[in-house]
Design a protein around this ligand. Structure first.
Ligand SMILES: Nc1ncnc2c1ncn2[C@@H]1O[C@H](COP(=O)(O)OP(=O)(O)OP(=O)(O)O)[C@@H](O)[C@H]1O
Length: 310
């Protein structure tokens, strides 16, 4: 239904997006995952025909978006990373304003505004000025603005960055509902692996402007089918312990996490005894050890050598 062909954008001699080929089938929920600066926002701005590519094209049902930009604008709802609302207007007034931009009027406009407020759980606060809203509520209205014209395709640019857990959960549930119940095609951009794991059928992983891997979640995880992760929770950081484990050839990767360490090891390797002994030598208190099957985060790390949130 929607595809990009060798899409490219160059800023001052550097490619922000480099020969990117994506496709979305109707009704799919696809994740575009990558760290800050990977080129996700630039890619979706070109898909939405908000910025012009340096090379390549986007096709909607086979038709060039470069040649027919209005066609994609009709069927696409795009939720930008930045909140684009009028703080001095109420949520209701904001949505009415955006609805008019999409060409809605009269009864149809009022009905859609109410439906969207209900979908986002904000009917009770609709008469309050947006400036009195929490960050999470503003984000919900921002999403609502993109849904007024009942788009077939919804593209979201990191819609849950920096918001409260309740709004985050509400947004994720809403996106899932739109995809599963209404059949809306979704392209969901994020650097939160858990969100993409929860919402998306298929994933593209981007880094430095390029797609470095793509496939279903299981296909991507099978890249690491011979490996597992050992999570070691400790009372504090032990740099000398990290150094020792890092130097151990039986351990493929040693990653420092919020709670301690994550060690990527070949599947079935019996390293727990060794880890406990090393911890003891360095006086580290281990509060918990878990063995985990690989996550998409591990796949990303494996492909790039870096953590997603670096
Ligand atoms: N208008 C611009 N002028 C110059 N460079 C730009 C411009 N827009 C983006 N870039 C650069 O292109 C690269 C990709 O940026 P982009 O915003 O697409 O990444 P991203 O993956 O969406 O990251 P983020 O999550 O931080 O938005 C970055 O190095 C960025 O600095």
């Amino acid at each position: 239904m929607l595809e990009t062909e060798e899409l490219r954008k160059v800023y001052k001699g550097t490619a922000a997006v480099d020969s990117v080929n994506l496709f979305l089938e109707k009704g799919e929920s696809v994740g575009l995952l990558g760290p800050n600066g990977a080129g996700k926002s630039t890619t979706i701005s070109m898909i939405a025909s908000l910025i012009a590519p340096s090379a390549g094209d986007v096709r909607l049902n086979g038709k060039s978006v470069l040649k027919h930009p209005n066609e994609i604008r009709k069927v696409l709802g795009i939720v930008p990373q930045e909140i684009a609302l009028y703080p001095e207007l109420t949520a209701y007034e904001n949505l009415k304003f955006f609805g008019r931009i999409y060409g809605l009027k009269g009864e149809a406009l009022s009905r859609r505004v109410q439906e969207v407020l209900e979908l986002l759980g904000l009917e009770d606060r609709q008469k309050d000025l947006v400036k009195t809203y929490s960050g999470g509520m503003k984000r919900r209205i921002n999403i609502g603005a993109a849904l007024l014209h009942e788009p077939e395709i919804l593209i979201m640019d990191e819609p849950t960055v920096g918001i409260d857990p309740q709004s985050r959960s509400y947004i994720l549930d809403t996106v899932r509902k739109l995809n599963e119940e209404k059949g809306m095609t979704v392209l969901y951009t994020s650097h939160y692996m858990e969100e993409v794991e929860r919402l998306c059928d298929r994933v593209y992983i981007m880094d430095h402007g390029k797609v470095i891997a793509s496939g279903t979640k299981d296909e991507l995880k099978s890249i690491l089918s011979g490996e597992e992760a050992i999570l070691v929770e400790m009372d504090r950081d032990y740099p000398e312990l990290v150094k020792e484990l890092d130097a151990d050839e039986a351990i493929l990767q040693t990653i420092e996490t919020d709670k301690g360490l994550k060690l990527i090891v070949p599947k079935g390797s019996r390293l727990l005894g060794k880890i406990f002994q090393a911890a003891e030598r360095h006086g580290a208190q281990i509060s918990n050890i878990t063995v985990q099957v690989p996550t998409l985060e591990d796949v990303f790390l494996h492909l790039t050598g870096r953590k997603l949130r670096d």
